[in-house]
Design a binder for this molecule. Sequence first.
Ligand code: UT7
Length: 340
Amino acid sequence: MRTRVAVLAGLGSALPPHVVTNDDLAARMDTSDAWIRSRTGIVERRVVAPGSATSDLAIAAGRRAMDSAGAPDIGAVVLATATPDHPCPATGPTVAAGLGLGTVPAFDVGAVCSGFLYALATGAGLIAAAVADNVLVIGADAFTTIVDPDDRTTAPIFADGAGAVVLRAGTADEPGALRETELASDGMQADLIRIPAGGSRQRSHHSTAPPEEHYLTMRGSEVFKNAVLRMTESSHTVLARTGWSTDEVDLLVGHQANVRILQAVADQLGVVRERAYVNIAHTGNTAAASIPLALDDAVREGRLNPGDKVLLTAFGAGTTWGALTLTWPDGLARPRQQAA
Ligand code: UT7
């Protein structure tokens, strides 16, 4: 029996309309446009309006991905997010309902900034197990809702957005086939990026934990070093398993956490910087959304062509990380990225 392999068949993304520039942030906290640009590569970011939530972004991106795939019969929805609409239940079913997908299986994957790679692997697993022939895989986050708006160590970095792909059942030799995947975690580093309160360990409520403990905290420089190390290691692993040399990589699409991280990973791998895709200047760090948003922007800029060898890699809270190789498919429509 031939193994059912996941093949990329659709792509879409969505950003909220409201733009916050570095100067906007500098007007309300002790930072500057020059510091944020030089230390992160970020120029501006998108922020959800009060009352908007992750599912709104996820539905908009999911619809565009389904349209670009020719409206296939979606059999499952996998949503990578660390900012669900509510702590309980998962947001995946809300997204499936919003897309009119009836009673398909739908759930969340929680691997924070590595979440999209974990969700891709999960979607591919659902296809291999014949649970579904077409799976909608979405990365969506509204990180500005969990960041202290006055904290200069996190507020300039994190942002909101969503990206989505459709995976269909196919074969390993087709363009668009997901090739090799590595996923990993190290829970000993769980305190590098986290929200201290609001979970089962330190229960919700401003009466039981101070307000600042309900916001994201990050030990930035340690995260930076680990991100470079782990993304480089994982990339080497999947390239070796795929049988590709670093010279053959047409586009390296890393999680858009910091332009300096992306350049360091490219340098350490030996991929020329021109082949390391960067769109963080206008998106900021959109967590689980960043890789599919980057893929969508790269397609619209003509940076991804049929048959290209593509390497994805990410690192995030948990800590979690991973890498994945795929070839770029034929005939993927070029959806416009519009405001959600
Ligand atoms: O998404 C997945 C996980 N997240 C990441 O991968 C993010 C990884 N980390 C980073 O991108 C970087 O560590 C940051 C951008 C968060 C910080 O950059 P850094 O170069 O590591 O700066 P730092 O934290 O070492 O701080 C350097 C200096 C400090 O001042 P002193 O102690 O040298 O006087 C900070 O207080 O920069 C100061 N600083 C700022 N200054 C102006 C920190 N944040 C700011 C700010 N504006 N927003």
